[in-house]
Design a protein around this ligand. Sequence first.
Ligand code: ZN
Length: 167
Amino acid sequence: MTNWKQEQPAPLELKKLLQYTFPEIKEKIPDGHGGMKWNYDIYDNRKIAGSTKDSDHAEGRALDIYLDAYNISERMIGDYLFQVFIKDAEVMGIIYVIWNFDIWEKSTGKKRDYEKTNKHTNHIHVSWSQGGSQKTIFGGVPVRLMLRIGFPTRLPDPMVKDASKFA
Ligand SMILES: [Zn+2]
């Protein structure tokens, strides 16, 4: 029987994979309590912000990857990972991903504006289904990340997207 009060295999596996393939997001950041923490969160027994519903983090089947959308190099990594997770959601068992004003959901297969207050400009949130969270094999994703296939060779324009949001 699965213990849902701990980190699940899929987010743990993805965290491990990212620590290896994107060591630049391995730095420590302030934890808000005077200490420092790693740039990833999985298990956290809490509700969705502004809601009475349990967050997927409360079952250990979500991963937060801390990246600053207003920092160009971190934004490039964030945009890249967002695309990889969407493209390979099925094989990875992912049900939705939130990053920089956008949410992509498996149920619709589409990306749309994220309407809640936390616009996720300081982290990518990845959620797995209960079944998906038990996966540890992610098809071609490890190789794609290792070789950074599809990673942009030029800088994005950080103003274009945000300007459109407020037009
Ligand atoms: Zn999260």
